[in-house]
Design a protein around this ligand. Structure first.
Ligand code: NAD
Length: 379
């Protein structure tokens, strides 16, 4: 194991979606190793998952509380925990970890409700321990290129934005059949009050603010539940206003039949525009008012330093979802290692943290309020 950072996981048990992705991504650059976990609420399934992940069976714990308790007695205790459970556990797991002196990498949304994220923000601040949030799309090299273009004002002042995240997998009432991922996502007690708006709307919102560097200051959102009997929204259309005068649209849907993972961002400035699509992530289109369209390819030596810093392969060798996730883990590992050496070290600004978590939960809360009052809301 050498001096790799030791990771524990909560969630990611048999049949889970994102837990195994976290393991692959965390371990990709050889700086982190999964060594422990409370992978399921069932002790037996947690142990089984631990064995399938190849960890010491004694470190496949029956609960996250048992993991933090046992790990804090060990010389080779976990350095951090990743939270890959349904949303209602994000706050209790993060609080328990931070109380035990363990850093946190959490999946999004940061918590289940806005009230909870304010509590978490205060806990993170008092604990003064590293906290990262896996808004995966922030890890793509061409998202970093787009962000750098906006930061350098290459497009001129931003005037219009259009971000959409369209999926179709909840077009039928999958939750009624007990499908694992659909079941908790459509239960307000486990998911929180924002359905589609919380699950993927938050990714679209984060990408928009992350790339433009501008904060959303107002929104008029319409949330709908299209599939009969579903408890939470599954379709959302919103108008947004950003600081600096830009405005645009944010659309999220999980009932857009035929769509897979259609996250797309378009940004229009005075001098030109850019477009990036998650399903074709190695191409960035930059269009100029007075010039031809440029297609920038991931891995191109002409890309800016921010994009090149998170590129592993030469152009034409596609990098994707796992690699983008791994970029966030690499930044978390670098930040955590530096923090272990110098406790006043702050995490890299490119890595989403608790502030992004608070913004995301505020976005859900504002969208629900706007929908309820059928009106514009301020942030
Ligand atoms: P999932 O249902 O596939 O997996 C959740 C896992 O948590 C299961 O293994 C379940 O057994 C486990 N779990 C539940 N209660 C537990 C407990 N008390 N202790 C230990 N484990 C417990 O869900 P998923 O789709 O993997 O989503 C998990 C989280 O990841 C959600 O918050 C979701 O929003 C987020 N997510 C993020 C991305 C991304 O791109 N960053 C993608 C998908 C999901």
């Amino acid at each position: 194991m050498g001096n790799k950072l030791r990771m524990g996981m909560v969630g990611g048990g048999p049949g889970a979606f994102i837990g195994p992705v976290h393991k692959m991504a965390a371990e990709l650059d050889g700086k982190i190793e999964l060594v422990a976990g409370a992978f399921s609420q069932s002790a037996e399934r947690s142990r089984a998952a631990g064995v399938s992940f190849g960890i010491d069976p004694a470190r496949g714990y029956a609960s996250f509380e048992a993991m933090f308790e046992a790990e804090s007695q060990r010389d080779d205790a976990i350095d951090f925990v990743v939270i890959a459970t349904p949303n209602h556990l994000h706050l209790p797991v993060a609080k328990a970890a931070l109380a035990a002196g363990i850093a946190v990498m959490s999946d999004k949304p940061a918590t289940a409700t806005y009230e909870e994220v304010l509590e978490l923000q205060s806990v993170v601040s008092k604990a003064a321990l590293p906290y990262g949030l896996t808004h995966t799309y922030a890890g793509y090299s061409l998202v970093r290129e787009a962000r750098a273009l906006c930061a350098a004002n290459a497009l001129g002042a931003i005037r219009k934005v259009a971000v959409e995240y369209l999926q179709g997998w909840l077009s039928a009432p999958l939750e009624a059949s007990g499908q694992k991922q659909a079941a908790w996502r459509s239960d307000p007690a486990l998911n929180g009050p924002g359905g589609c708006i919380g699950d993927i709307g938050t990714h679209a919102f984060h990408l928009l603010e992350y790339v433009t560097g501008l904060k959303v200051i107002g929104m008029n959102a319409a949330l709908r539940t299209v599939v009969p009997g579903r408890q939470l929204d599954d379709d959302c259309n919103a108008l947004v206003r950003l600081e600096g005068g830009a405005s645009g649209t944010l659309m999220a849907s999980q009932v857009a039949a035929g769509e897979r993972n259609g996250l797309r961002l378009r940004i229009y400035g005075e001098k030109g525009s850019l477009e990036w699509h998650q399903e074709d992530p190695n191409r960035l289109s930059v269009k100029w008012l007075d010039g031809p369209e440029e297609i920038r390819h991931a891995g191109g030596g002409y890309l800016g330093a921010d994009a090149r810093a998170v590129t592993r392969l030469p152009g034409g060798h596609p990098e994707g979802y796992i690699e983008a996730f791994a970029v966030l883990y690499r930044e978390f590992a670098e930040g955590l290692t530096a923090w272990q050496q110098n406790k006043s070290h702050t995490m890299p600004e490119t890595l989403p943290g608790i502030e992004a978590g608070v913004r995301g939960m505020r976005f859900i809360e504002r969208a629900i309020e706007s929908n309820r009052t059928e009106n514009w809301v301020k942030f």
